[in-house]
Structure formats: C-alpha cells, structure tokens
Design a protein around this ligand. Structure first.
Ligand code: SF4
Length: 364
C-alpha cells in the first residue's frame, strides 16, 4: 500500500501548469493542514506503507512551522522498513534548515522541478533559477544525506532546438542525480501559455527530441524504465511503480486520486468544499474487465512491460489467449519474450495508439 498527499500551494504559478494548485496564502495553509489531518485520520486504516509521496503544487513552499505540522500528521503513518518517502521541491524554497528538517522526518527521496536552464525558456515557463543555485542546493542536499534525487526536465518548449536540448541534458546530467523525469511541454487549456496562444512545437521535432533524450541518457548510464522516466541502477521511483503496477494507494488532499479495494476515486478540487470536510468528488468500483484494462494500460508504460505469469496468476486468465494481445504480437507492436510482453521500443512514442485497443475490452 502507498500514499500520495497533495499540497496545492505554490509561490508562483508556472505558465504551463494545469495541476491542482493555488498561490500560497498563509491562512489557507493552516486550515488546509488541519483538514488534511482530519481526512487522514478518517480514511487511513493503519496499513503499513511501502511508499509515501508528498506532491503538489509545491510542498516545499510551506514554512518550517507548517512543515513541522505536516510531519506531525505524517508521523502517524506506519512505514515499512524499506520505505521510499518522496518530497517534491522547488529549488527556490530549499535551504539548509528545510533540507535538514525533511531528512530528519524520514524523507529519503527528493523530486525537484528544474525543467530547463535555458534563460529564454525559463522565462516562457515563468520560472526563475540558474545552474549555480540548482547545483549548490543539490550538493547541499547530498551533504545532508540525500542519495536519491529526481529532477524534472521539460522539453519541446516553443522555439527550442536540439542543440538547446543537448545543453540542458549536459547540465542536468552534470548534477549527478539518480533519476530524471521528462515531460514534453503540452499547452493545456486554462494555462497562461494557452491564453497567450503559444504554439505547440512541430510533432516531428518533438519525436526527434524524445529519441534524442533516450539515446543521450542511456549513454550516461540511465535506464529508460518507463515512457518518460530514467533512473540509475536500483533508483527507479518505487512510488510511481505502484501506479504502473496497478497497486493500491491512498490519495489524500485536494484533487488527489486513490485506488483502494477495487475502487478508484478522485478528491474534490474546490478548496472551499475540502475545508468543509467534503473530500471525495467521485468514486468508481471497478469490475474485473475494467481492472484488467487498467493493468494493461498502466503496465505497458513500463519498458519491461507485463510479467505474463504474475498477470495470469493475478487474474486467473491466460493473457496470451486474448485476441487483441495476439493481434498486436502478430503485428510486432508487442513483443512476447522471456515471460514478459512489452511494447516494441520503436512504438513507445505512439504507445497511446496501442493502449487505446484495450479500452472497453472483455477479458473473461
Ligand atoms: S508546475 Fe508545479 S510549481 Fe509550477 S505552478 Fe504548477 S504545481 Fe506549482
């Protein structure tokens, strides 16, 4: 069992952001933490937790005092001996005191939103930092004891060239971090970029950049283990693997999602409702077909794909007897090898076109 906790506050709103977030406002933070405590006390069934992930928003936007309150709530959660506890951070928020507080409170993985070092692109994204600040903060974190650090990289930024992407990759990998999550910039409705009518880059260039990143990071010793994620040996995100392995997790906080006892749910996105004790927006009990559909769609995100024996034992069916799987294997879009089925790497960029085949299928 895993837990995701959402902290929706940010000190600054990025131009591309369509996450559940709002500007930091002290009064709201205090009320939010009180309500979060109530939600966790009500919903958490004292299970032992393998992975805990505090995301946002920007959890690191909280002050030391507010973080102490948050950790007091979290300390009630029972963690497994081999737990992974990730905390999402913005570089501007991190100083020695905050990093030490996180470390003292069992955080053992940092996820830092860096995105790019290119000055023009930072401006487009409405973010502000430079290489020196990022490198110094990451070194400080390492000195304090963090040895599992992810940084997010955004590519396909308007007018970005392959040369500029390479410059970013050179700088990112020089940080000696263990994990890189990559995102192709999508211009989503209701974002500043969308309102400003910013144009998405050409799809061919996006494809070229995706392949460039894969080759570059592989050469630097990163394992490409999920469509957009790269890790050094044994540093894959255990928390995100619980999603891709279709395992159970609680989602606490505004706009969080969870999956428990065959039920998927989303929390409300209205702060007002949340502070009035209304947590859930919707929930859906999944039947066997829907559960298998999710298992396939999520599992095929992993480059290693789906373990055939584990799948067959879990669902008491033979995955290889499924007509769609057979068809995709015949077309060489899926590969059946060494007890795994996976998407052929050259099709991973268009994996959605493959995954859509599993929607609405009957597996019994
Ligand atoms: S991208 Fe992250 S830091 Fe930026 S506004 Fe959205 S949630 Fe906040």
């Amino acid at each position: 069992m895993s837990i995701y906790i959402h902290i929706p506050f940010c000190n600054k709103i990025c131009s591309y952001c369509d996450f559940c977030k709002m500007l930091y406002y002290k009064k709201w933070v205090n009320s939010y933490l009180e309500e979060l405590k109530k939600e966790i006390e009500k919903e958490y069934k004292q299970d032992t937790i393998k992975t805990l992930y505090i995301g946002g928003g920007t959890p690191s936007s909280l002050s030391i005092k507010e973080l102490e309150i948050l950790f007091k709530i979290i300390n009630q959660i029972k963690l497994d001996n081999t737990y992974e506890f990730t905390f999402e951070c913005n570089i501007d928020d991190l100083d020695e005191e905050k990093l030490k507080l996180l470390f003292k409170n069992k955080v053992n993985r940092l996820s830092i939103g860096v995105q790019t070092f290119n000055k023009n692109h930072l401006k487009i994204l409405n973010r502000n930092h430079n290489y020196k600040e990022v490198a110094e903060t990451i070194n400080l974190a390492k000195t304090i004891g963090f040895n599992n650090i992810n940084v997010d990289l955004i590519y396909a930024i308007p007018n970005q060239t392959i040369k500029e992407l390479k410059e970013d990759l050179d700088l990112f990998t020089s940080l000696n971090i263990e994990h890189i999550s990559t995102y192709s910039l999508m211009i989503e409705p209701h974002t500043r970029l969308y309102i400003n009518k910013t144009e998405q880059i050409d799809e061919d260039l996006d494809y070229e950049m995706y392949n460039y990143i894969i080759n570059y990071l592989k050469n630097k010793g990163f394992n490409h283990y999920e469509i957009s994620n790269f890790a050094k040996k044994n540093k894959e995100s255990k928390h995100n693997l619980t999603y891709w392995n279709n395992e159970n997790y609680y989602g606490f906080g505004l706009g969080a999602s969870g999956y428990i006892n065959k039920t998927r749910y989303d929390n409300v996105k209205s702060l007002n409702k949340y502070l009035n004790g209304i947590y859930k927006l919707n929930e859906e009990i999944l039947d066997k077909n829907k559960t298998i559909e999710n298992e396939l769609i999520l599992g095929f995100r992993k480059m290693e794909g789906i373990n055939i024996d584990a799948f067959n034992n879990k669902y008491n069916i033979d995955i290889l007897s499924n007509k769609i799987i057979q068809k995709l294997i015949k077309e060489r879009k899926l590969i059946n090898e060494n007890n795994y089925i996976y998407i052929k790497p050259e099709y991973i960029y268009i994996s959605n076109d493959i995954l859509v085949n599993f929607i609405g299928e009957t597996y019994e």
